[in-house]
Design a protein around this ligand. Structure first.
Ligand code: TNX
Length: 746
């Protein structure tokens, strides 16, 4: 992009000289020149900007094409009006249906989603269909200065004369957004659709229902969204994941959803809805306890991943309810497929259910997997009656072959994705260890880690053959999908897009590349260069992507830091809350005191430092509590710093957990917490922390957040820390207790 800017300056100078010369000419000539709104400047050439994803073929021809603000944007076919308007809104050019500097058209002999661009004396974008043309337009935007993403191009704009031909490897380049665990409103979804569209993603699957929420209006059962869209406060749905004290959430009305669908369609994105059945249905079951196997309404408080959440497959009325729901869903969404879930069903409840047993006997079913198969088949029939097909998570195939045309999403791993493909299903490959962007990007960053800890480079490294798919299996891959499950977003300021962006970008850039480009060959270094050049565009789009951690070195008493992604470096001295600009090596005998971070635009890196900065210590301590310890997860599990411990019952107001050290611990920082390591689950929902230097006198140091608290710079050696609950229950039958994390004095 820098070269392009340099050339731009040259062109402006050349243009200025030309204008000066023109002034000397006759008035008729003057008129002719000023009416030229676009054209080629031949004696100037310009480097091709870095394009992501990389097009199949690029040929650079001579010169640059200059376009003025008075130029028009024309389209050849009424069907192309939405994409013409889309492009015009970025370029701020007038749309015309006859002639223009930029012409959009269709060529039926080309494939779906294929396009070609010719930049010469004007710009022509030709698509095999609407999608093809849209793809071409997203490439055209990348040929232009990045200001187009802010919709403020400064005219004239210059783009290199070239010919580009391109088409995607996979017909389905998807992204799944979990809007349940964290409520993501209509505007935020649209804003994210914009960013996805710039990367040629063509499917957005909305995970609309789960244990924690129901996010889509169902007119025949309005309570599902009206009540199920909110948790906490006076809602019957229990609060979770850091939003404890308020009624929190929302849902999409059908009208909202139509707007989202339209908005996405203009951007070549199909919205696929997911109604997660029969598991992950605790929200629905809280509102309608009768859907469960257990007849007795089960009103005890429940939590995410709760085992009482599976619908009873043997309760006939459930199919009527599902029919009502899916009837509306099928009508609302134009997509061919409706995702009906099928993941993580706890079948123990079916095993205990007399109704399920009777049904199994009646149909000679030998396993609860067969019962699951029965359920999925019944729902498939319902969906088929509305003219649609079903998509399911991979576990749904465990009970036997599913109806022709069923699409399977392989999420548990590569093996499961391959199995679906071997069995002949149209398969979406989305193994968690490559494509779950709720996973951490390095060990000390936020995120889950059950599938893997990985950054963009692992995503970029994925190729079907590389992970063992055979050519035959590849035939059945319909596409790839990346995803963002949002349990952890709720406690990371969900009112801003920052956490969503940070987790998904630039991993999503790498994903867009491999889902598009038709090769299994990878060159991470050159891709990285292209990706960093693309950061100019992400900045202009306002994406808060993750930068690589700065590289930090301490050599001969000098501490230095560097980045490779064009970001600015800052450093912090431990104990101070100031970010200073880093402008050269720091002479110090205490490198561990310093930590570094980088920023550019809204993007930022994780903290980096010499290893000693992160070192923690493990002094001996004891846990005591007003609650008895669990038999299995005894307190000594946490006392050994290895694992977490549990209490044997839920907390009540006034319950406490105390950490008592054998000897007072001098430290610069200490974190004490209830709950699990990554997710605020099994915590004290509300409470406060007290510290004692002598084991007798306690002083309050703060309220807990997400179950714990970081105590900064204790004045003296810490003898005890006590966490006290100020609320009753936490949605589980126990409280988890983590070992403290203690950073020594530096
Ligand atoms: C597994 S993906 C799940 C989700 C969680 C996710 C967290 C799937 C079918 N089930 O319910 O949110 O892991 O990474």
């Amino acid at each position: 992009m820098r070269i392009a800017k340099y050339i731009f300056v040259v062109v402006v100078i050349v243009a200025a000289m030309a204008i000066t010369a023109t002034l000397a000419l006759s008035s008729e000539r003057e008129e002719a020149v000023s009416s030229v709104q676009y054209g080629v400047v031949e004696d100037v050439s310009v480097a091709m900007p870095a394009l992501v994803p990389q097009p199949r073929s690029i040929e650079l021809t001579n010169g640059v094409c200059r376009i003025d603000s008075g130029a028009k944007l024309a389209y050849s076919d009424e069907r192309l009006r939405p994409v013409a308007e889309y492009l015009a809104s970025h370029l701020r050019l007038e749309v015309s249906s006859d002639e223009g500097a930029v012409v959009l058209s269709l060529d039926d002999s080309m494939q779906s989603e294929e396009y070609r661009i010719v930049v010469g004396d004007g710009v022509s974008v030709v698509g095999g269909d609407y999608g093809g043309l849209f793809n071409g337009v997203t490439t055209l935007l990348q040929l232009l200065p990045e200001e187009v993403y802010g919709r403020v191009p400064s005219y004239p704009v210059e783009l290199p004369c070239c010919k580009i031909s391109d088409s995607p490897r996979w017909r389905y380049r998807g992204f799944m957004l979990d809007v349940c665990r964290t409520w993501i409103d209509k505007e935020a979804v649209m804003a994210f659709i914009d960013i996805l569209a710039y990367h040629k993603i063509n499917t957005l699957r909305l995970h609309l229902t789960d244990d924690e929420a129901w996010r889509i209006e169902i007119k025949s059962h309005p309570e599902l969204a009206l009540q199920g869209g909110f948790r906490g406060g006076d809602s019957p749905i229990w609060p979770r994941y850091g939003k404890w004290n308020e009624r929190w959430g929302g849902y999409y009305t059908q009208e909202d959803m139509l707007q989202i669908i339209d908005y996405a369609q203009q951007r070549n994105i199909t919205i696929i809805p997911e109604i997660d059945l029969p598991g992950h249905s605790l929200c629905m079951a809280t509102l309608h306890p009768e859907v469960l196997c257990d007849y007795v309404p089960n009103t005890s408080r429940a939590f995410g991943y709760d085992t009482r959440s599976a619908l009873c497959p043997a309760r006939e009325e459930n199919y009527t309810l599902i029919d009502d729901i899916l009837g509306e869903v099928c009508e609302l969404f134009p997509s061919e497929y409706i995702h009906i879930g099928g993941d993580e069903v706890d079948m123990a409840q079916w095993q205990r259910c007399p109704r399920c047993s009777a049904l199994m006997r009646e149909h000679n079913m030998e396993s609860t997997e067969a019962l699951h198969h029965y359920f999925v088949s019944r729902v498939t029939d319902i969906v088929a009656r509305y003219g649609k097909r079903v998509a399911v998570w991979n576990e749904a195939t465990d009970g036997g072959p599913l109806a022709d045309g069923t699409r399977v999403y392989g999420w548990e791993g590569v093996k499961e994705s391959r199995r679906a493909a071997q069995q002949g299903y149209s398969t979406i490959v989305m193994p968690g260890q490559y494509f779950y962007f709720d996973m951490k990007q390095s060990p000390r960053e936020p995120g889950h880690d059950w599938a893997a800890i990985f950054d963009w480079s692992k995503v970029y490294g994925f190729s079907p053959y590389g992970v063992g798919f055979t050519a035959e299996e590849c035939e059945n891959i319909y596409g790839l999908e990346a995803s963002f499950f949002s349990e952890l977003y709720a406690s990371h300021n969900p009112e801003s897009a920052e956490y969503l962006h940070y987790q998904t970008f630039p991993r999503m850039v790498a994903f867009a590349e491999i889902a598009w480009v038709n090769t299994d060959e990878r060159d991470a270094e050159s891709f990285y260069e292209r990706m960093v050049a693309h950061y100019d565009r992400l900045d202009a789009m306002g994406v808060a992507y993750r930068l690589m951690p700065p590289k930090v070195e301490w050599v001969d008493g000098r501490l230095s830091a560097s980045t490779t992604d064009g970001a600015k470096l800052y450093y912090c001295i431990d104990g101070e809350d100031i970010e200073r600009v880093y402008d050269g090596a720091i002479s110090t005998s205490k490198p561990a005191l310093y930590s570094f971070i980088s920023h550019r635009g809204r993007a930022f890196s994780p903290e980096a430092a010499v290893e000693a900065h992160f070192r923690t210590i493990t002094p001996k301590f004891d846990i005591s509590s007003s609650m008895p310890e669990s038999e299995r997860f005894t307190f000594d599990k946490a006392e050994g710093y290895g694992r977490i411990a549990r209490t044997a019952r839920a907390a009540d107001v006034g319950d406490w957990v105390m950490f008592s050290f054998d000897a007072p611990v001098e430290c610069r920082r200490m974190r004490v917490a209830t709950g699990n390591f990554q997710l605020p689950r099994y915590t004290f929902e509300n409470g406060y922390v007290e510290i004692s230097y002598d084991g007798l006198h306690f002083e309050r140091v703060g309220d807990i957040e997400c179950g714990g608290l970081v105590i900064e710079a204790p004045e003296r050696g810490v003898k005890c820390v006590r966490i006290t609950s100020t609320s009753r229950g936490n949605g589980a039958e126990w409280v988890s207790i983590q070992p403290p994390t203690i950073w020594p004095k530096l």
